[in-house]
Design a protein around this ligand. Structure first.
Ligand code: NAI
Ligand code: MG
Length: 486
C-alpha cells in the first residue's frame, strides 16, 4: 500500500503525530493508500512556512509577470501528467475516468488564464478633492490563504482557489477532504517542479475537526477559501469572523432545472439527466429539482425515464460507464436515507430507489414532489431527482426561488424574452438557458443566499485575494491647524 507524506516547504514531510489513516477506492471498497493524519503541529509548520515564503525571499520579490510565467509552466506539467493524475482520482474518488480526463484537460487553462491575468492587476490614481496632494491605490495580496476543499472534485476545486491566489501573490495551505487527499498531494509536488519557490503551496491532510479547524484558527492565515457543505461553511465562517479573516464560501445548492412546454424537449431531457446523474449527482450545481410545465409533464417525464433507464452503472475506469459509485460510506448512507425520506413524504418513486452492489445507488427519480417536502429543499448530493410541476412562468419562478439555496438554475425554452425575464428574476449565481452544468475559468461562479459568499473564476476572482492600500503624497499642501481634519 502506498504511504503518502505531507507536502510542506517543497519537501515530503512526515506528520508530527506519526499516524496515518487509510483511504479507500469507492469502486472496490478496498483501502489503497495511507494518508498522513495531521494535527495543529503540522498546521503550525505549514502556515509559518507559507507565511515566511509570502513575506521574504524570491516569491515576495518576484514580479507579477514572473508569477504568471510560473503558472504557465505549471499548466505544461499538468498537461504532461494528466493521465496519471486522472487515474489517481478515479482510484480514490470513484469519479469516471471520462470525467476526470475532461477535467484534467481543462484545468491547465485556469492556470494559463490567471497566469495571464497576474500582471494586469492595477491600482488607480485618485482625482483628489484636496489641493497639494497626490494619491493612488495599490493592490496587495492578502497573505496566507487556507484552501479547504471537498471530496467531489478535489483538483478542479483546488485549482479554482490556487490559480487566482498565486496570480495575486498569496501563498497557500491546502486541506483536501480526508476521503480524497491523494491527488492534491501529488498535484502539489508539480508546483515545486515548475519552479515555484518552496513554501508557496503546502498541503496538510487529515480530518476537518483536527486539522481544518486548526488551519482556520491560525492567526497567520488571512483568508479562508472553502468549498463544501453549508453546515461546515457556517462553522468556519463564524470562526473566521472572530478574527476578521476574509472568507469565500462555495456551498451547496438545490438548483431548479425548469422546462417550459416550448422547449426543445430532447435537449431538455439530456439537460435534466446531466444535471442530476453526471458525477453520480455529487456536485454542488446538481439540478436536483426538475420543474416541468403541466401541459408537457407526462410526456416529458416518460421521455426522461426512457433515457434514464439506459444509464450504465459500473467500473469508473471503463469508458462506457455513465454512473459510478458514491464516493464515501457516510454519503452512501445519506443518499439512501433521503430516498427513504422522499418515500415517507409521499413522493412517487418513478425509477431506481435501491442500493446497488458496494457503494452504488441506482439513479433515482421521484415524481409528484411538492416544494415543501425535504426532498425538494435539502441537498442530497447523490443521484436522486425530484420532479415538480408548474402552471406558468409566475409559478415556476415562485417555486424556483422558494428555497434557501441559490447556486444555479436552468431554463429550457425557445422564447428569448421569457429566457431573459427568468434569468433576471431567478435568485442564483449562475443561470443557464437551454444548457446545464457549463463552467469556465472566464465565468464568475458562486452562490446567492445560503449557497455562499464570494465569486470564483473570471477576472473578479483575483480581487478576492487582494486588498487595496491608499497612498497619500503631500505635493505642496501647507500644514494647517493640526487639530482639524485635512
Ligand atoms: P464538509 O463540508 O464537512 O467537508 C468539506 C471540507 O471541510 C473537508 O476538507 C473537511 O475535512 C473540511 N472540514 C470539515 N469540518 C471542518 C471544520 N470544522 N473546520 C475546517 N474544515 C473542516 O463535507 P463532507 O463531510 O465531506 O460531506 C458532508 C455533506 O456535505 C455531503 O453529504 C454533501 O451533502 C455536502 N457536500 C457538499 C459539497 C458541495 O460542493 N456543495 C461538497 C462536499 C460535500
Ligand atoms: Mg478514497
Amino acid at each position: 500500500m502506498k504511504r503518502y507524506a505531507l507536502r510542506i516547504g517543497g519537501e515530503w514531510t512526515e506528520p508530527a503525530g506519526g499516524t496515518w489513516f487509510e483511504t479507500r477506492n469507492p469502486y472496490t471498497g478496498q483501502a489503497w493508500a495511507e494518508i498522513p493524519r495531521s494535527d495543529a503541529r503540522d498546521v503550525e509548520q505549514a502556515v509559518t512556512t507559507a507565511h515566511r515564503t509570502f513575506s521574504e525571499g524570491p516569491w515576495a520579490e518576484m514580479s507579477a509577470s514572473q508569477r504568471g510565467l510560473l503558472l504557465h509552466r505549471l499548466a505544461d506539467l499538468i498537461e504532461r501528467d494528466a493521465a496519471r493524475l486522472a487515474a489517481i482520482e478515479v482510484q480514490d474518488n470513484g469519479k469516471l475516468l471520462a470525467e476526470m480526463s475532461a477535467q484534467l484537460a481543462y484545468i491547465p487553462l485556469w492556470f494559463r488564464y490567471f497566469g495571464g491575468l497576474a500582471d494586469k492587476v492595477q491600482g488607480t490614481t485618485l482625482p483628489l478633492d484636496k489641493k497639494g496632494y497626490f494619491a493612488f491605490t495599490r493592490k496587495e495580496p492578502l497573505g496566507v490563504v487556507a484552501a479547504i476543499t471537498p471530496w467531489n472534485s478535489p483538483l478542479m476545486l483546488a485549482t479554482w482557489k490556487i490559480a487566482p491566489a498565486l496570480a495575486a501573490g498569496c501563498t497557500v495551505v491546502i486541506k483536501p477532504s480526508e476521503f480524497t487527499s491523494a491527488s492534491t498531494l501529488e498535484f502539489a509536488a508539480l508546483f515545486d517542479e515548475a519552479g515555484f519557490p518552496p513554501g508557496v503551496i503546502n498541503v496538510v491532510t487529515g480530518f476537518g475537526r483536527e486539522v481544518g479547524a486548526a488551519l482556520v484558527e491560525h492567526p497567520l492565515v488571512r483568508k479562508i477559501s472553502f468549498t463544501g457543505s453549508d453546515v461546515t461553511g457556517r462553522t468556519i465562517n463564524e470562526q473566521a469572523a472572530r478574527h476578521f479573516k476574509h472568507t469565500a464560501m462555495e456551498l451547496g445548492g438545490k438548483s431548479p432545472n425548469i422546462v417550459f412546454a416550448d422547449a426543445d424537449l430532447d435537449q431538455a431531457v439530456f439537460g435534466a439527466i446531466s444535471g442530476i446523474f453526471a458525477a453520480t449527482g455529487q456536485t454542488c450545481i446538481a439540478g436536483s429539482r426538475l420543474l416541468v410545465q403541466d401541459s408537457i409533464h407526462d410526456t416529458f417525464v416518460e421521455r426522461l425515464l426512457t433515457v434514464a433507464r439506459t444509464a450504465r452503472m459500473g467500473d469508473p475506469m471503463d469508458p462506457d460507464t455513465q454512473v459510478g459509485p458514491v464516493t464515501t460510506p457516510p454519503q452512501f448512507e445519506k443518499v439512501l436515507e433521503y430516498i427513504d425520506i422522499a418515500k415517507k413524504e409521499g413522493a412517487t418513486l418513478l425509477l431506481g430507489g435501491e442500493r446497488g452492489e458496494g457503494w452504488f445507488v441506482q439513479p433515482t427519480i421521484f415524481g409528484d414532489v411538492r416544494n415543501d417536502m425535504r426532498i425538494a429543499q435539502e441537498e442530497v448530493f447523490g443521484p436522486v431527482l425530484a420532479i415538480l410541476r408548474f402552471k406558468d412562468e409566475a409559478e415556476a419562478l415562485a417555486i424556483a426561488n422558494d428555497v434557501r439555496f441559490g447556486l444555479a438554475a436552468a431554463v429550457w425554452t425557445s422564447d428569448i424574452a421569457r429566457a431573459l425575464r427568468m434569468s433576471d428574476r431567478l435568485q442564483a449565481g449562475t443561470v443557464w438557458i437551454n444548457s446545464y452544468r457549463a463552467v469556465s475559468y472566464l465565468a464568475p461562479f458562486g452562490g446567492y443566499k445560503d449557497s455562499g459568499l464570494g465569486r470564483e473564476n473570471g477576472i473578479e476572482a483575483i480581487q478576492e485575494f487582494l486588498q487595496s492600500k491608499t497612498v497619500w503624497i503631500n505635493s505642496g499642501a501647507v500644514a494647517g491647524n493640526p487639530f482639524v481634519i485635512r
